[in-house]
Ligand binder design. Structure first.
Ligand code: ZN
Ligand code: ZN
Length: 398
């Protein structure tokens, strides 16, 4: 009784599976053929072509924030994976999606982005002998001249960039159409060839080398792309906007990741801008401080003065005034009149100091009349030895 019951159950199972296979498109499980829009007898080429078209259409990068597109992108990758695997396709044809799920050792699906990357390239190369990250192209270093004023006030500087970009016509395939990319017949798409040498009875040496028919790419191109002639990249003019923040230093680096030349099968390097300070007519910069030399007359040095000099920002003037005697080399420090201190490091809104170093312009000569007056005013005695009427002393003889 018990034995009979079991076999009856098995018969029932098979009947249910057959039923599921007959109507899996409508009820229970996904219809991979309609997801890809191909007939049930579609060839591998047709399935690949549809996958390429649909995965590009639904790729999340082209449909930001669109959950439905994301789900379709995943479904298309699943359908492609099942229908291009002869064994999985057979099971699917007979038992539907449930049949695949019940399959012993069915390890789920690959990352849909890895499958996409097989066709279109991506940040991670799929199944290249365990090598996951793509090599990175070289960085490009560019010197950008900046004025002191730009470092003081901040600036946005547009820099024209000419670089190689992935060919928009072929999306980097190098082929006239996506169907012109063919799996390499020499290596079967693996990019490597295994050569066996019989060294002796029962001794076989296996040598692995990069496939020379496809250069290790695993694919060959039947007709090259008319735009890039198969080079996979074209030259393109672009511009990058360098944001100079107030208080940045000479030599500061501003990097744009992945904006350097696009090289097939590489992640692009960075474009790194280096700020190069141009000399200023009045000021030199030391850290966050500004230094300037100001020359005053001897009279100003003795009697005091008030004058203004332009600041780094020409719209602002710095008022210099002293009532006291200003000896040559005197340093006048104006707190908070220097460069903006970088907010993150030194506290927002703070500025360095301005250091004004005075030099005094002496008169070229003193005539005899002035000499007498100076002796009287300053109370000197040493010059009385000079006989009256002798020629005035030149400045450089003093
Ligand atoms: Zn090959
Ligand atoms: Zn092209």
């Amino acid at each position: 009784m018990r034995r009979f019951g079991l076999s009856a159950l098995c018969v029932l199972c098979v009947a249910v599976l057959c039923l599921a296979a007959l109507c899996h498109g409508a009820a229970g499980g996904k219809d991979y053929y309609s997801i890809l829009g191909v007939a049930r007898d579609a060839s591998q080429q047709e399935i690949k072509r549809q996958y390429k078209t649909l995965s590009r259409k639904h790729h999340p990068d082209k449909n930001p924030g669109d959950e439905q597109a994301h789900e379709r992108f995943i479904a298309v990758a699943e359908a492609y994976e099942v229908l291009t695997d002869a064994e999985k396709r057979e099971i699917y044809n007979r038992y539907g999606e449930d049949g695949l799920r019940n399959q012993a050792g069915a390890g789920g699906f690959h990352d849909p982005f890895d499958i996409f990357a097989q066709f279109f390239g991506g940040p991670v190369r799929f199944d290249r002998r365990g090598q996951r990250a793509r090599p990175r192209g070289p960085d490009v270093h560019v010197r950008v001249p900046v004025t002191l004023r730009e470092l003081y006030a901040g600036a946005e500087i547009d820099v024209a960039v000419s670089k190689h970009v992935t060919c928009p016509h072929c999306d980097g395939d190098g082929a006239a159409s996506h169907d012109d990319v063919e799996t390499c017949s020499a290596c079967g798409g693996s990019g490597v060839r295994v050569v066996k040498h019989v060294l002796g009875p029962g001794i076989v040496q296996q040598m692995q080398s990069t496939c020379d028919a496809c250069g290790g790419k695993g694919s060959t191109i039947a007709r090259p792309c008319p735009r890039c002639a198969g080079a996979r990249v074209v030259r393109d003019a672009d511009s990058l906007t360098v944001r100079v923040e107030p208080g940045m230093q000479h030599g500061a680096e501003i990097a744009f990741d992945a904006e350097a030349d696009q090289i097939p099968d590489h992640d692009p390097g960075a474009v790194v801008f280096h700020l190069v300070l141009q000399p200023h007519a009045v000021f030199t910069r030391h850290g966050d401080d500004l230094h300037a030399d100001v020359t005053i007359s001897l009279l100003d040095a003795l009697l005091g003065f008030a004058r203004s000099i332009p600041h780094v920002d020409p719209a602002v003037a710095i008022e210099l005034s002293r009532a006291a005697v200003t000896p040559p080399g005197f340093v006048h420090v104006l707190h908070g009149k220097g460069m903006p201190r970088r907010p993150l490091e030194k506290g927002a809104g703070a500025f360095g100091d301005m250091h004004i170093t005075y030099s005094v312009q002496f008169p070229a000569a003193i005539d005899s009349e002035a000499r007498g007056d100076l002796i009287r005013i300053l109370g000197g005695t040493s010059l009385t030895a000079t006989p009256p009427g002798s020629p005035p002393l030149a400045h450089d003889e003093l």
